[in-house]
Structures are given as structure tokens and as C-alpha cells.
Write a protein that binds this ligand. Structure first.
Ligand code: APR
Length: 192
């Protein structure tokens, strides 16, 4: 399996790549955050480590100002020492078996991030696989939801972004996202 897959959706490049979210040269990287916006582990720990104290302070200030984030919400901060200009922090759902609105919340998290990026005039954004680590969302279930949400947004906002990149941490996750993209059904009704 190749380490990179690229396609196009309504004028935006959609890239699936194996890699580390903290080293991406995009306008914004997405953090799979916790509601308190503290560093934590996984993606969030790595982003805060690489971004440095400026990023952690900025996230804490947002948290103080607006309170904890609910699953599906997103906020934006400067990116400290990261190559990216901004970090978009979102909270994915915790997996509780799949019948507690997890898919809807996961889709909302992706859409919230994309909407914030467009609102702030950013042209490229990189996502990790939100919720599929500590939060326990099975990656086979999460991948079609993530890709469906992004495809829907890009079709609704043609040309608003140059690139949306999924940065998958393992070959297995990259292969799962690739298969999910190939098998993504066209919606009978608009995806929301
Ligand atoms: N780059 C890209 N992907 C990464 C990286 C990295 N540097 N580090 C981990 N991953 C992958 C994980 O392997 C997993 O597939 O990102 C996916 C999401 O994992 P988590 O970071 O655990 O995110 P999530 O499941 O949304 O859990 C969020 O974890 O760290 C805590 O504070 C955070 O409580 C929050 C929870």
C-alpha cells in the first residue's frame, strides 16, 4: 500500500497520508483535544509538546474564557512553534458502542473544524483520526464518517480550501481510510 493517496473533491485536494500531525506544513492542524484543552496524551500531548508553552497558554486562555468544549465543537488558537500557523482544537465523541450519537458528533467535529478554517481564511488543514485512540472509536467505523463529513463540507463550499489532509499514524489506519474512501456511498439525502 502506498504511503500517500490523493484525490479531488469540488476543487479541493483531499490527501490521505501516513505521518505525524505535528510536522505538517499546512495553515492549520487539528488537535484531537479534551474538553479542558489541556495537553493530555496522544495527538494532543504531541501537539502541545511541539507547539510549546505559547500554544498551551493560548489553549488555557480559550478554556478560561469560554468553558470546556462539548464533543463536536471546535476552537482556534495560534500554533506556537509548529510549522502550521494555527491549531484547531476539537473534541471527538467517546465511543460507547455506537448507539449514543457517536457518528453524528464525530461528523460535527470535522465540520466545525472546516468551518472555523474557512472563517479564518485558512486554505489548508490537516486532521488526525479523531476519537480513534484514547476515545476508543473503532477506526473502521470512524473512517467513513470522517471522510463523508469532509466530502459533504467540500461539496457545500466548493473551492473554499486548497487542501484537506488526513494524517494517519499507522499503515493500518491509512489502509482503512483508503478503503473507506473507495467504498464511501453516495448519500441518498444530503449528509449532515
Ligand atoms: N500524529 C498523527 N496521529 C497520531 C499522533 C501523531 N503525532 N499521535 C497519535 N496519533 C493517532 C492515534 O494513533 C489515534 O489513531 O491519532 C488517533 C487519535 O488518538 P488520540 O490522540 O488518542 O485522540 P482521541 O481518541 O480523540 O482521544 C482524545 O486523548 O490525549 C487525550 O487529551 C486527549 O482526552 C483526549 C483524548
Amino acid at each position: 500500500m502506498s504511503e500517500r493517496f490523493e484525490t479531488e473533491v469540488a476543487g479541493t485536494r483531499l490527501v490521505l497520508v501516513r505521518g505525524d500531525i505535528t510536522t505538517q506544513d499546512v495553515d492549520a492542524v487539528v488537535n484531537a483535544a479534551n474538553p479542558q484543552l489541556t495537553p493530555g496524551g496522544g495527538v494532543s500531548g504531541a501537539i502541545h509538546r511541539a507547539g510549546g508553552p505559547e500554544l498551551t497558554r493560548a489553549a488555557a486562555a480559550v478554556r478560561r474564557e469560554r468553558g470546556p468544549l462539548s464533543p463536536g465543537e471546535a476552537v482556534i488558537t495560534p500554533a506556537g512553534n509548529l510549522r502550521a500557523r494555527r491549531v484547531v482544537h476539537t473534541v471527538g465523541p467517546i465511543w460507547r458502542g455506537g448507539r449514543h450519537g457517536e457518528a453524528e458528533l464525530l461528523a460535527r467535529a470535522y465540520r466545525s473544524c472546516l468551518a472555523l478554517a474557512v472563517e479564518h481564511g485558512l486554505r489548508s488543514i490537516a486532521f488526525p483520526s479523531i476519537s480513534t485512540g484514547v476515545y476508543g472509536y473503532p477506526v473502521e467505523e470512524a473512517a467513513p464518517v470522517a471522510l463523508g463529513a469532509v466530502r459533504w463540507f467540500l461539496r457545500e463550499h466548493p473551492g473554499a480550501l486548497d487542501e484537506v489532509r488526513f494524517v494517519l499514524f499507522s499503515d493500518g489506519d491509512l489502509a482503512t481510510y483508503r478503503r473507506a474512501w473507495e467504498g464511501l456511498p453516495e448519500p441518498a439525502v444530503p449528509e449532515r
